[in-house]
Design a protein around this ligand. Structure first.
Ligand SMILES: Cc1ncc(COP(=O)(O)O)c(C=O)c1O
Length: 478
């Protein structure tokens, strides 16, 4: 019988997976003891890996050794419990198994006709997300690779719904704290950066509604066409949730599209506290959310939801003679008709499998635990002499800094705050390697340390370790 090297037989398939599993399991089990970050020298190491196209194969074992001993450890331990940097992802193992299944069966889900049942599973996932955020039955959406592509899809949809083909008079509004993927989405959708108005925030880092209304009125008087207001349901810097009810009202009064960046925050709608913080989110014409953040999935899963699914279809639908017939029924969807993609992975399975396996309750519990943990963290930080909370948590992100000793230089916005000491404190905490913290700079120039508690692997024991490290580092500073 002819043997083709690219087609393993049953024993080979089993051993490929078994050998990978024999590395993956100890790797995941050792996550709590891995350093929170291990990137010293990693860039130099990366340069040594540049190589020409391989002409011959190497042994599987050698390649696994390379991955698990050399490449993977030289990174942020983004899947570990100490990752409270940026906005953490998760890495549900069940989703990894779903990816294996999806890739191995490799069915085509770009058009409904090719795998109607599988497309329906993914469409169900989108519908469940709509349900979570309080959208009506008319809503729809699509899973993307992440929040950035979701934002791009939303802005293109809004542009096509409200503006003519010659759209350069259109202006967009957001706070100066919005995630930069929004400005990037606007730019990729054809708007010069100058058409995006970044507005000031209040003392809780939420967009100032008076500034928004003034800017819209001024632009209209100057001959611009204000057409999109973007709110944040959880900013990356300080976790701020804009006043979504007020933003919805302003958008409606001005006949503008209301978009919400809920990449980090929207899935907190599963919790009572989240629903209270994000009142008004359901008014949004479009929103994005990232299951690879607050549903603990592996990186590569975002979602865009729109209140009127037809707007998404009108913006993306295009006929081609070589494709199968598209569905003309409301309850069936061709993903290529509602997104920029045609061929794509079957990313719905990585959401569908864990949700079907567990139901939604354990996810809700995890998010509630994170809301408790951030409150506990802030309460403990407040007890440390020399620490000031700069951003109270609105969801599960907080920001803090170091109060300067009298006589030392202060940051521009706050006479008590020291950027230098805050920077040094963060360096010392991170050097202990139990957690990885990242900073941001506030509009007034203050450098602050953020704590973002999101991962399903971060629990009270790791938060206590972090607090011990912070206390010790503060002592070292003085
Ligand atoms: C609030 C917010 N919006 C949008 C994004 C962009 O999402 P992604 O990285 O999935 O493209 C992020 C990423 O961290 C974010 O925190």
């Amino acid at each position: 019988m002819t043997r083709y090297p690219l087609e393993p037989d049953a024993d080979e398939m089993r051993s490929l997976v078994d050998e990978a599993m024999s590395r993956i399991i100890p790797h995941i089990e050792s996550l709590p003891s891995q350093p929170a970050s291990n990137v010293e020298g990693a860039t130099e190491y990366a340069r040594t890996l540049i190589e020409p196209l391989p002409q011959r194969g190497e042994s599987y074992e050698t390649l696994l050794d390379f991955l698990f001993n050399d490449a993977i450890p030289r990174s942020f331990t983004a899947a570990g419990p100490g990752y409270v940097a940026y906005v953490p992802g998760g890495g549900l193992f069940h989703s990894a198994v779903a990816d294996l299944i999806a890739d191995a069966v490799n069915r085509y889900v770009g058009v409904c006709a090719a795998a109607p049942a599988l497309v329906q599973l993914e469409a169900n996932v989108v519908r469940w997300f709509c349900e979570i955020v309080g959208y009506p039955r008319t809503a729809g959406g699509v899973l993307t690779s992440g929040g950035s592509l979701a934002a791009f899809t939303a802005v293109v949809t809004a542009r096509k719904a409200l503006l003519p083909d010659d759209f350069l008079k259109g202006t967009l509004y957001c706070s100066n704290q919005v995630h930069h993927s929004f400005q990037k989405a606007a730019n990729l959708a054809g708007f010069p950066y100058a058409n995006v108005r970044e507005l000031p925030v209040d003392d809780q880092f939420r967009i100032r509604i008076d500034a928004l209304e003034d800017a819209i009125a001024r632009d209209r008087a100057d001959g611009w066409t204000p057409f999109l207001v973007a709110g944040s349901a959880g900013t990356t810097g300080t976790g701020a949730v804009d006043d979504l009810e007020a933003l919805g009202r302003v958008a409606q009064q001005n006949k503008m599209w209301f978009h919400v960046d809920g990449a980090y925050g929207a899935l907190f709608m599963l919790t009572e506290r989240g629903r209270a913080a994000m009142r008004g989110i359901e008014q949004a014409d479009s929103m994005i959310l990232d299951p690879h953040k607050t549903l603990f999935l592996p990186f590569g899963t975002g979602a865009v939801l729109v209140k009127d699914a037809n707007t998404l279809r009108r913006a993306h639908s295009l006929h081609a003679d070589y494709l199968p017939a598209m569905q003309n029924a409301d309850e069936l969807v061709d993903f290529c008709e509602v997104s920029p993609e045609l061929s794509r992975d079957f990313r719905g399975l990585r959401v569908w499998l864990p949700l079907k396996l567990f139901g939604i309750e354990p996810f809700r519990e995890q998010l509630d635990e994170k809301l408790d943990l951030i409150q506990y963290t802030v309460d403990e930080l407040r007890k440390i002499d020399g620490i000031e909370i700069v951003a109270e948590p609105q969801l599960t992100i907080t920001a803090f800094g170091v109060v300067r000793a009298s006589g030392a230089p202060s940051a521009a916005g706050d006479p008590h705050h020291s950027n230098d000491l805050t920077r040094e404190l963060m360096r010392r905490i991170n050097a202990k390697k139990h957690v990885l913290l990242t900073p941001t700079t506030l509009p007034d120039g203050r450098f602050v340390i953020r704590i973002a508690i999101v991962s399903h692997r971060t629990h009270r024991d790791r938060i206590d370790l972090m607090l011990d490290d912070i206390r010790e580092s503060v002592r070292e500073l003085s």
